[in-house]
Design a binder for this molecule. Sequence first.
Ligand code: PLP
Ligand code: LYS
Length: 433
Amino acid sequence: MENCKDHFNFAGGDTVALAKKYGTPLYVVAEEKIMERCEEIRETFLEKYINTKAAYASKAFLTMAMCKIIAREGLGLDVVSGGELYTAIKADFPMEKVMFHGNNKSWEELYLAVENNVGRIIVDNLAELQLLDEIARQQMKTVKILFRVTPGIEGQTHEYIVTGQKDSKFGMPLEREKIYDAVRQTIESQYLDLTGFHFHLGSQLFQKDIYTDAIDVVLNLIHDLKERLGFKAIELNVGGGFGIRYTDNDEPKPLSYFTDAIMEKVIEGCQKYSITTPTIIIEPGRWVVGEAGITLYTVGNVKEIPNIRTYASVDGGLPDNPRPALYRARYEAVVANKKNAPLSMKTTIAGKCCESGDILIWDLDTPEIEAGDILAVLATGAYNYSMASNYNKLPRPAVVLINQEGKSEVIVQRESYENLLERELIPSHLSEE
Ligand SMILES: Cc1ncc(COP(=O)(O)O)c(C=O)c1O
Ligand SMILES: N[C@@H](CCCC[NH3+])C(=O)O
């Protein structure tokens, strides 16, 4: 593949050539960029501090190929549904490194997890505890669990992606008596082995203080449990949520900004509360893969409303990236075939859905834009493919992986119209004779 100097290059791949070869819209994911993040996790966290673990939060972007990369990089995997777990099983991901989350896990999902010897189940509530105890007894297996608690700490991010506050659907509020009861149940259970606690404060976060505040709250709980019940927590999972750069408004921090503060607080807190330092687990999703992905579109209709705005519509939009509509998320983009052309106008990038809110980017600085241009929207690696839908019966794009040598390979095929109808049935009274 020949690189043209006026074309936007991503991870060694000429994006215009990629668009031509695979069609658009197209998700492009760079293996090397994922590996760089994994290396940073190893160097600045796992190798720097003893008794630490990291799991990739697969909800951000999950395919079997991604499971293979994460396994090879030595991280664990956080899954939140039977479907995510099934993907990990099919990719032969080491099950002892899987953590299973979720605020409403079904009997079937828990059964599948226990059957496959998932490493940790993060129990969200007492009903789940009961269910899991029964399932573990049925299968005569000891299941290692953590309790998810809500430390009552609020992160500064979009209201739909904060999770650590008391008024949250996730986890157990820190009401001592209720937690004591839950811990007693696990002590009495022959099949449940409670190793510790989990919290997750939210997503796209940039402040370390909220992590350290939450750690203090949970270490205090661990201390009380030791005093009250003689229970020793040996693991503390502090979640993910580390923010990335989408636009110039974001000021991303290196992982160590968070993890050094986390570890410092853990060491200090364990001394303060006279408790043994637990193993500390982090589970970033967006931070691992967000900046490793871009989406390529072809520009179609360009509509200029004099003195108001110019809209350029692309061949995807809300179904492949619902984040602008859901969270008013902001993105940057480049016209990939005119990389060196002067930015002479403001263009609003519209999706092709029947939905006025389907605007990917407002007032983007672009060169003269015209039908046939290739647009590369940046930092779409997380929560794009994984949140994609078929709204307006648009087939989902293919996903192409650029490997370390800059070579591209399809890891998810583009959906066809046939795929869209695969599971549809016409009842006999509506079928023609
Ligand atoms: C329990 C849990 N862990 C990890 C994550 C990963 O979050 P992020 O992608 O922001 O790192 C999430 C999502 O917010 C989550 O709910
Ligand atoms: N889907 C959200 C993140 C949710 C994190 C999972 N609890 C986003 O795109 O920002």
